[in-house]
Each structure stands twice: as C-alpha cells, then as structure tokens.
Ligand binder design. Structure first.
Ligand SMILES: Nc1ncnc2c1ncn2[C@@H]1O[C@H](COP(=O)(O)OP(=O)(O)O)[C@@H](O)[C@H]1O
Ligand SMILES: O=P(O)(O)OC[C@H](O)CO
Length: 498
C-alpha cells in the first residue's frame, strides 16, 4: 500500500470526467461521458440530476477499475458552478431538473432586485451582482414552481446544493450535505468576507437556512464514499468550483497571476491574495480558495459563450461537423473581411451584465462564407477576454498581468490562442496538461492527504507546452477591439443595468 494516487471528478457543463493522477499530478487514466443538455424554453438550460449522477459513477468506476483502493489517497470533486439542484433529504431524489448557470429564466427577478436597490447589499456581501447566472434566484424559482416545496424546505425535508454538493451527498450515501467556500461564494447567499451564509440575503431571497449545506475548507475531510455506491469506501478530501480549481491546477498561487479557461464559457481569474478587491469595472470578487480557514480571493471575469459558439455552428447551423475544423477554416478565410460575431446567445456577462442582450453577426457581405463566420466565432473569444483583462488591470493596483495562462477544451485551437496573444499584446502560456481543473481538485485532495506542498511552497506540477507571443501591431489590435465594442453596443438591451 502506498496511498499516492489521487482521483478527480470534474463534473462540467457538457461532460463529466474522472481522472486518476499520480503523486506528481501526472494524469494516468481518463474516463469521460457527455452530458445531455435540455433547452425547454428560450433562455432556459437544464440538466437531469440522474444524468449527472450516472456519468459521475460510470467515470469513477471506469478509472478506478483494477486499482487497489488502498493506493487512492483521496478524491477531489470539482464542478460547473452555480447550477442549482434541490433534492429530498430522505431519498436523494432531485425534485426537478437542475437549473444550469447559463439559464436566464430569473432575469425579471434580478431586474426587480436592481430596481428595489438591492445591488449594493448583494455586492458588498457576496462580491457578485444580481444576475440570473448565480444560484439564489434559481433556487427561489424552484421553490415557487414546485407545489409543496416551500413547506418541505421550511421543515428541512429538502436540500439545496450546487453540483459538488449533490455529488457528495450521493457518493456518501446521503450522509454528508456539505460544500466548500469557493462554491458557496457563487450562490449570492454567502458573505465572502466573514465566510458564512448571510441571514440578510436569505431574507432578501426568501430562502430558509434549513436548505443550506455546511461550508468547509477546499481541502478538508468531506467524508467517505459509501461502499455500496463505489464498491469500496474512499476518502473525499478536496472540493472546489471548476474555475477556482483551474487556478490551482494552473499554479496561479501568487497575487497578480491570471488564468483563463475556455470551455463552454470563458472564465478569467486573477489571484488577489488575502485582499477581496472590490471591482469598479463590473468584475466579480470571489473566493479562490479557503485553506486552514484562511481565504485567498480572486477577481473574476465570466463570459457565457466561448466554445459554445462553435457548438452552435456545429449543432445549430451545421456549418462545421467538429470544433477541430475551425482552425483550418479560419486560416483560409478572407483576411479582408471583418465579420464580427457577438455571442450574446444567453445575454452578455462581464463586463456588460446584460441578460436581455442577444447575439448578432455583423459585417456580412455577399462574399461571406462559413470560413469568415467560423473565424468570427474564434475571434469573439479574444475580444471578450481583452475586455476582461483590461477591466481587471484597472481594478488591481498591480496593473495588467504580464502573462495569461490558458486551459480548457478550446485552447486546442492554436489559431485562437495566437489571436488572443495578438489582441492582448501579452504572452499566452498553454500548459502540457490541459486538464487543469481536474488537476486542481486532485491537488486539493493531495494537500489534505499530506502529499502536496501548500500554495507558495512551489508549483512543481505546472509545465509549459507552448507560449504564443503577440505578433499583431498594437494599432491594429486596438482598432479591432474598438470595432468589437461598437458591435457589442448594437446588441445591448435597453433594460440593461446602468
Ligand atoms: N479543436 C478545438 N478548437 C476549438 N474549440 C474546441 C476544440 N475542441 C473543443 N473545443 C471547444 O471546447 C469546448 C469544450 O471544452 P471543455 O473544457 O470540455 O468544456 P466544459 O468544461 O464547459 O464542458 C467545446 O465548447 C468545444 O466547442
Ligand atoms: O463547465 P464549465 O467548464 O463550462 O464551467 C462552468 C462555470 O463553472 C460556470 O460558472
């Protein structure tokens, strides 16, 4: 028995992965399952809790097959954040489909909160703002929509949680209803300065405290899996929201370091150390991690559509059959055409926060073909990232970061990474292991198991695969960014927050 393997579960928006890592955080085995998406109404996005659970169990069993359980030092769970689940405490059965972070059905509730002047309280306590992206209004919506749910919630018969909490509950056979500080920080209900659920916010959203999970450090004893579920009892020792886990996988341990993850959406996070920096530029302030009761904070820019634009080109328009075709099509596209795609399919996130905005393709001519449209989808990722990085640089006393570390499914696109470096005018570093989210969860479990050094004591697990250096003239980059902002202004809704 050496107890030096770590097992990460990464429950993402479009897939669930389980990855077995060795003690140097090198991935040994990966199992993956796609997650079905449900779009029952315009702007609504749902996941079936049983799909999440079935994929979690299947991937976990697949990577653990034939491995001596005594060699597994711990499991780390990481997850799509904010996605809201409500389930019966007695049975673990979800009472409705999960409402996914991208879902906009609570836009009116958020607009009401803004109109009633609740924004300053919400931002001061949570570092967030009233937007349907976060969990609280989704939870309130479920309690109102399901007959009897409010009464059952008040007597403690229901559990609320985001995906990590639901997965933990099921893995432990219903014994543990808990979450971690990084996930709690995304609910609109958690005071990120005091590190606890906030009574005033519970009142504001009319939610009973009996629903809430207990909040633990990111590296902690979360309980043992139930042997009847996983075959043998294994310790769960790490937990973090996927974007915070990616920060750890990217070893962004020093204040001022930034990573950006390109999956379905794009999430750029800057480490701000023990200081919760309040943004004057519509960035989010969030908990990066809490270890030994001490919190490290981050500034975050969240954009809702990155790789999802390619999914739309593939599944909605059918003009590509696989995302990997996008690079060749973009290289071959006419450089003289300036087509701009604003991917506001589910509204716009940071720095616009406009739930009513919708997407647009501008600059079409008779010569525009699929290459120019695909290239515009890749370019939209660069433009959106530059908006975030400039906003963060304006908030952070240390100014602009020197380097951007990138990860997520979309960084396979060399073309996109080069365009990103060109627009930002800074190096873009792609690591050897792109499963940085799972790596972060494994790192947390390893930290708790005593296998890893604490942050700041070295970042031996991070290795550079390729650095993209800026080649575009600054004047051209600035002019392009200006044209992008002009395009965004044309899709903003009249009702957007001032
Ligand atoms: N070669 C590629 N070029 C561009 N985008 C890609 C490529 N391969 C995958 N993607 C995009 O990456 C996204 C999937 O990344 P992933 O990190 O698995 O997402 P998530 O965690 O949100 O489920 C998809 O939206 C897909 O369009
Ligand atoms: O599943 P991902 O990688 O798209 O991440 C989703 C985010 O956590 C939403 O906040």
């Amino acid at each position: 028995m050496d107890g030096s393997l770590l097992l990460a579960i990464d429950q993402g928006t479009t897939s669930t992965r389980a990855i077995l890592f060795d003690a140097t955080l090198a991935p040994l085995r990966v199992a993956s399952r796609a997650l079905p998406q449900h779009f029952p109404s315009p702007g609504w996005v749902e996941h079936d809790a049983e799909d999440i659970w079935a994929a979690t169990l299947a991937t976990l069993r697949e990577v653990a097959e034939g491995v001596d359980a005594a060699r597994i030092a711990g499991i780390g769970i990481t997850n799509q954040r904010e996605t809201t689940l409500l389930w019966e405490r007695a049975t673990g059965r979800a009472v409705a489909r999960a409402i996914v972070w991208q879902d906009r059905r609570t836009a009116d509730h958020c607009a009401r909160l803004v109109a009633e002047g609740a924004s300053p309280l919400i931002t001061a306590r949570t570092g967030l703002l009233p937007d349907p992206y976060f969990s609280a209004t989704k939870l309130a919506w479920l309690l109102d929509a399901i007959p009897g749910a409010r009464e059952a919630a008040a007597r403690g018969a229901l559990c609320f949680g985001t995906v990590e909490s639901f997965v933990l509950f099921r893995l432990t056979g219903g014994r543990v209803h808990a979450t971690d500080a990084s996930n709690a920080a995304r609910t609109l209900l958690f005071d990120i300065h005091r590190g606890c659920w906030d009574e005033d916010l519970l009142r504001l959203f009319d939610l009973p405290a009996a629903l809430l999970p207990e909040v633990r450090d990111n590296a902690a004893e979360f309980g043992m899996t139930d042997a009847s579920v996983t075959g043998v009892a294994l310790p769960i020792r790490g937990m973090a929201g996927d974007q915070q886990a990616a920060m750890m996988g990217q070893a962004c341990f020093a204040p001022g370091m930034v990573k950006s993850t390109y999956g379905t959406g794009c999430f750029a996070l800057m480490n701000t150390g023990p200081t919760a920096v309040a943004s004057s530029h519509r960035m989010l302030t969030t908990i990066a991690w809490q270890l030994g009761g001490l919190r490290c904070y981050a500034l975050e820019g969240a954009i809702f559509v990155a790789g999802a634009a390619l999914q739309w080109l593939r599944d909605g328009l059918g003009i590509i059959t696989h995302a990997s075709e996008a690079d060749a099509l973009s290289r071959a596209a006419d450089p003289a055409q300036r087509v701009i795609l604003v991917p506001g399919f589910t509204g716009l996130g940071a720095p616009w926060w406009d739930a009513g905005a919708r997407g647009a393709i501008l600059g079409l001519t008779r010569g525009t073909g699929r290459g120019e449209i695909v290239r515009a989808a890749l370019e939209s990722v660069g433009y959106q990232t530059r908006d975030l990085i400039e906003a963060m640089a304006a908030d952070w006393p240390g100014g602009a970061p020197q380097i951007l570390r990138v990860d997520g499914g979309m960084v396979a696109s060399d073309w996109t990474m080069q365009f990103l470096a060109d627009l930002l005018g800074m190096p873009v570093d792609r690591p050897t292991v792109l499963e940085t989210t799972a790596m972060g969860a494994a790192w947390l479990a390893g930290l708790q198991a005593g296998l890893m050094a604490a942050p700041g004591e070295g970042a031996a697990h991070w290795r550079l695969e390729r650095r993209f250096l800026p080649m575009m003239a600054r004047a051209e980059a600035d002019e392009r960014q200006g044209a992008w902002r002009g395009a965004v202004r044309r899709v903003l809704s009249e009702a957007r927050p001032a």
